[in-house]
Design a protein around this ligand. Structure first.
Ligand SMILES: Cc1cc2nc3c(=O)[nH]c(=O)nc-3n(C[C@H](O)[C@H](O)[C@H](O)COP(=O)(O)O)c2cc1C
Length: 253
């Protein structure tokens, strides 16, 4: 039996530079938007000024040593809006004000700085937020109330096959990829870069959460169609790339 998967092998071959045609950028296609437009019909929640929140534990070596996956959370504990803003800032926040016709700069690396992700949150226990699904706006560091209510949460949880750590999380992050932000420059190879980029984002979530006493579980075992339906993604131009649950740690993990 071959020690590789034909589909995976075909993907690697198709995404070699030598086997790809010209990218949209090379064909002179216009620059894509690097921030999703906010929806004026959705209510907004401002996040606290992130410069006013710093984690108590800044010992990076200890944080990195302590990082591990946590699947048991304190189901009484509410995350503060400032803590949530801190996690959002370090995962997808902007490090520079966006300029028209320019890529964004953020606190995580991204191939060509294309930053293909939009962040959605399934919120259960965050102070000052009603349960429901929210969309993060890096500019102006705010949340849109995307789908309020417990029914949308149930659907979001079901998309993860109701993994227990999602059901008990204070908040679960969903990262949706907008393919063209990356494929405009890199063509089919974008599908490699998007998944690599997602890993960087989630690693920052692990470390940022660790620094304020929260635990994270990365989640790639989810039902694509269900997750895309909850976030209103078509599954082609926009798809759910990665998920992570977050909650106040209880020991043992
Ligand atoms: C790409 C990826 C996907 C993962 N998917 C899941 C998942 O769906 N469910 C889960 O419980 N853990 C998931 N995990 C967490 C791993 O099981 C965990 O990282 C691994 O057991 C190592 O443990 P550690 O993170 O504590 O070092 C995932 C981790 C990664 C990096």
């Amino acid at each position: 039996m071959a020690k590789f998967e034909p589909t995976g092998d075909a993907f690697l071959r198709a995404t070699r530079y030598a086997n790809m045609g010209p990218s949209s950028e090379e064909l002179g296609e216009p620059f894509p938007q690097y921030l999703a437009a906010s929806d004026p019909n959705l209510p907004r929640v401002a996040l606290p000024d992130p410069t006013l929140f710093t984690p108590p534990d800044n010992n990076f070596y200890q944080l990195a040593l302590n990082r591990r996956t946590h699947r048991r959370y304190d189901t009484e504990a509410f995350m503060s809006l400032a803590e949530l803003g801190y996690l959002l800032l370090l995962t997808q926040g902007l490090r520079e004000a966006p300029q028209p016709e320019k890529v964004t700069r953020r606190y995580v690396p991204s191939a060509g700085s294309r930053h293909p992700f939009e962040t959605y949150l399934a919120v259960q226990r965050v102070s000052d937020l009603e349960p429901g699904i929210y969309h993060y706006l890096p500019e102006p560091h705010a949340l849109e109330v995307f789908r309020p209510g417990n029914q949308s949460l149930k659907e979001a949880h079901a998309a993860t096959t109701n993994q227990r750590q999602v059901l008990t999380s204070a908040v679960t992050f969903f990262w949706a990829a907008e393919v063209y932000r990356t494929s405009w420059r890199y063509g089919t190879r974008a599908y490699r870069y998007i998944d690599i980029d997602a890993g960087h984002v989630c690693q920052n979530l692990y470390l940022a959460a660790e620094s304020i006493g929260y635990g994270v579980c990365a989640i790639a075992a989810f039902k694509d169609e269900q997750a895309n339906a909850v976030l209103d993604l078509d599954g082609q131009e926009r798809f759910t790339a990665y998920i992570a649950s977050v909650g106040k740690k209880v020991q043992p993990a």
